[in-house]
Design a protein around this ligand. Structure first.
Ligand SMILES: [Fe+2]
Length: 397
């Protein structure tokens, strides 16, 4: 009986931890100062640690020795209720994680590129500039195992002239000094080899403004026939976003958060254009003004956070590319990701989602402030859009 009670306490503690994770995910989705977010994360970790100890100290003797849950003092009801609600939410998010199927996906070819091939890989890749860089060398850490993939999707409403449009989507570099520039150069080599029509970067370049000097040798080297386009993220907003923006532009990248860009096929100038717009809300700027978009244009949104999916849907965006969530960085066995900084929690932590009329791709990104990745490798992804074949059309998921 004591074992059953201890298991019940464990489940309540896990449920409480889920509630705390939901709070952190919400906080990181809001326009809050970096110090506030850091304090919130710290407080959450303290509460997650304290909760089981308090429960064990306060209720342990009663439920383990007297085997009675029925006459618990009412003061314990709120924390117990939190634990029960959290456990239910954890079950719900776990079911959603296992039921996830990539939407509109026609084909995938993917390979894992392990950068730890030479004996001196730690010396080359792990930075000494900041503490905690050694986390990257932990056994099983996938930080230096990049998934390079080419994914083809049906995109309803894709104009014929844009059939086969290819985009390499990169996100969340987080230059902070815990990982050396050599890693990001290798990432960009992989991206360049994919030879897309255009490159897209969906924000969070920096955690240390001094490392903006790494940009020319990394993203600054990428060139595509239709161009290179970027938005910034909340970690860029914490620093000096205007300096970062200027450096991107100097290197030939186009800032789509400031103004939408119209692209046309050089050989078909009268065909429907492609409109690329950006969204850095809630941290910077405002949603794009789409009132002037031609009705037949292909509309692509680059948004740092997937939380702008509702705006994209209500404004007829056809394809939305986002980052910010890093796929959760650590995906637990069975449970999947726990931390994913979004109003939707882990629902849009990574992958492709069809939310009519918008197809959204959320990248796991390249790195993070903490160089830790389990069951969640960094990704360099080339997306190819094709028109659905009416004869083969299946219901969208
Ligand atoms: Fe990020």
């Amino acid at each position: 009986m004591a074992i059953v009670s201890l298991v019940a306490l464990f489940i309540l503690s896990v449920g409480f931890a889920k509630i705390m994770a939901i709070c952190v995910n919400w906080m990181c989705a809001l326009r809050l100062p970096r110090e506030f977010v850091f304090a919130d994360k710290t407080l959450n970790l303290v509460l997650i640690t304290i909760y089981p100890l308090v429960l064990l100290y306060g209720l342990g003797p009663q439920i383990c020795q007297e085997h009675s849950w029925s006459d618990i003092h009412p003061a314990w009801w709120p924390p117990i209720a939190l634990g029960i609600v959290g456990a239910c939410l954890l079950i719900s998010s776990t079911v959603r994680y296992w039921r996830y199927r990539p939407a509109c996906e026609l084909s995938v070819s993917s390979q894992l590129v392990d950068l730890r091939t030479s004996p001196d890989w730690q010396l080359r890749l792990i930075g000494t500039r900041r503490r905690w860089g050694r986390l990257a060398a932990l056994p099983g850490n996938e930080q230096f195992t990049i998934e390079v993939s080419t994914r083809t999707y049906h995109l309803p409403c894709l104009p014929a002239c844009w059939e086969g449009l290819s985009i390499v989507h990169l996100s969340d570099f987080h230059f902070c000094g815990r990982i050396n520039r050599a890693y990001f150069e290798a990432v960009c080599d992989q991206a360049a080899a994919l030879q897309p029509d255009l490159f897209v970067f969906s924000g969070d370049l920096l955690d240390d403004q001094d490392l903006l000097t790494w940009l020319p040798e990394t993203l600054g080297r990428l060139k595509a026939p239709l161009g290179q386009f970027f938005v910034l993220g909340n970690h860029d907003w914490y620093l000096d976003p205007e300096q970062t923006r200027r450096e991107f532009i100097r290197l030939g990248w186009t800032d789509v958060a400031s103004q939408p860009v119209t692209l046309t096929r050089p050989d078909q100038p009268t065909a429907p254009p492609l409109i690329l717009c950006g969204d850095e809300t809630p941290w910077m700027g405002s949603h794009a003004d789409i009132s002037q978009f031609p009705p037949d244009a292909l509309r692509i949104l680059i948004s740092h956070t997937p939380d702008n999916i509702d705006w994209a849907r209500s404004h007829g965006i056809h394809l939305m590319l986002a980052g910010h969530t890093h796929g959760g960085q650590i995906r637990l066995p069975i449970l999947g990701p726990i931390y994913s900084p979004s109003r939707y929690g882990c629902q849009y932590s990574a992958g492709v989602f069809w939310r009519e009329p918008t197809l959204m791709y959320v990248s796991r990104g390249i790195s993070g402030k903490e160089p830790l990745r389990y069951n969640c490798p960094p990704e360099v992804t080339k997306l190819i859009a094709v028109r659905p074949d009416p004869a083969m059309l299946r219901p969208m998921q």
